[in-house]
Design a protein around this ligand. Structure first.
Ligand code: SF4
Length: 403
């Protein structure tokens, strides 16, 4: 039985292929984003504060020295700084500010009793113990009135809204774990410290919400376990992904992206895409031209119809050509999905005329097969009559490299 974690589930949700690389193929990477590195250093400082709390309270200078040493000791050359405008020392300085703000806000750190720091928690999602998760709580506290607080430190540079945190999965899952640890856990509060903003966000969950969360999480695990094809999902998170060198969406960019211009332009793939883009531009310029010509033709058509009507003729001649004006009736039927369309279908059905005019909707059938809308037994029967082939297509879009 696989024991999941919040980050494992989130990885699947954000990109199934990254999930496969990380958790199934277990491909390890030495790279680490500077944001994650900073987060780890901040967590170390927090652990030092709260772990040693019953024995001693560290001064701010002691903590800043510890932070500096810990940063220098752990810094390595595989740390990635995605933001070109920032250097490692900028992040180090930001971290120092986080610690100073936190210290000033919470010293002497007596907002409750510390029950644990970096505490492991096991979360049973069902009674049979078939679906389990595990996680690490940054800090578990108990206040004077007996409330259990699950604390989490966030060093991210964006501050989520309350509504998002009220739906956050991670700490709510930890709450399920904490509730099973002791009999007196009645009141639980989830606390996030957004240290870049010197701000606390708090949230609570009802038993119904926790039950719903368990159900949703089991559904997600079932979905993961039923997945056979782990497809890449391009998103803003690709910027922090360490598998770009093997991801089919980024591998070519990874191979040639940092080459000098002369070598870059000689790459066969780059040459093909450049040629494609050039022709695509040409096609677009023709399309614009064709649209202009169509508009001009429409104007002339209107003028000729007017002219012919004025002099009572149906054929108007030019030097080498002539234009014949004909009239025909166009029938407009109410659009798909409209009420009028529904009424029309009902009427035809009542009149036993529907079969004569209804057509087999190929597009809908293809959609049903592609999205597996029906039972597999039905789909298997249908697939005996259709051919399912893999069609490759290309779509042109802008890439980052400008030279
Ligand atoms: S680079 Fe993006 S699409 Fe590729 S594996 Fe990573 S997250 Fe997924």
């Amino acid at each position: 039985m696989t024991i999941y974690s919040h980050s494992r589930l989130e990885t699947f949700k954000s990109c199934p292929l990254k999930y496969k690389f990380n958790y199934i193929d277990k491909i390890e990477r030495e790279e680490e984003g500077i944001e994650a590195f900073l987060g780890s250093r901040f967590h170390e400082v927090m652990e030092k504060i709260y772990k040693n709390l019953p024995f001693r309270k560290h001064s701010l200078d002691e903590l800043l020295d510890f932070y500096k040493d810990d940063w220098n000791k752990n810094y390595h050359d595989k740390i990635i700084i995605a933001d070109n405008e920032r250097k490692a020392k900028d992040y180090k300085e930001i971290g120092k500010k986080f610690i100073e703000d936190y210290y000033q806000r919470y010293y002497p750190f007596n907002q409750g009793k510390v029950l644990g720091t970096e505490r492991w928690v096991i979360i049973n999602l069902d009674d049979k113990g078939e679906y389990k998760l595990r996680g690490i709580i940054d800090r578990l506290n108990q206040t004077k009135d007996g409330t259990y607080e699950i604390h989490d430190y966030k060093t991210s540079k964006s501050l989520p809204e309350q509504s998002r945190m009220d739906e956050d999965r991670q700490l709510a899952l930890y709450q399920i774990g904490v509730q099973s640890m002791w009999n007196d856990v009645c009141n639980v509060e989830l606390v996030w410290h957004y240290v870049a903003f010197d701000k606390e966000i708090r949230s609570k969950r009802t038993e119904e919400e926790l039950d719903e969360l368990k159900k949703d999480t089991i559904d997600l695990i079932k979905k993961i376990e039923a997945t056979r094809e782990f497809l890449p999902n391009e998103s803003i998170l690709c910027g922090w992904c360490y598998y770009k060198d093997i991801c089919p969406l980024h591998k070519h960019e990874y191979m040639v992206g940092n080459l000098p211009v002369n070598k870059y332009l000689k790459d066969s793939g780059v040459k093909l895409v450049n040629e494609f883009a050039k022709l695509d531009d040409k096609k677009k310029s023709y399309k614009v031209k064709i649209k202009e010509i169509d508009e001009e033709l429409e104007e002339i058509k209107e003028a000729v119809i007017q002219y012919a009507g004025n002099i009572g003729v149906e054929v108007v001649i030019g030097s080498d050509h002539k234009l014949k004006i004909t009239s025909s009736e166009k029938i407009n039927v109410p659009g798909k999905g409209t009420k009028e369309r529904e009424s029309l279908i009902e009427l035809l059905s009542q009149l036993n005329r529907l079969e004569e005019v209804s057509v087999f909707d190929v597009a809908e059938l293809k959609k049903a097969i592609k999205e597996e809308k029906w039972d597999s037994a039905i789909l298997d029967e249908i697939k005996k009559f259709v051919e399912v082939e893999t069609v490759k297509s290309v779509r042109l879009s802008k890439s980052k490299r400008e030279d």
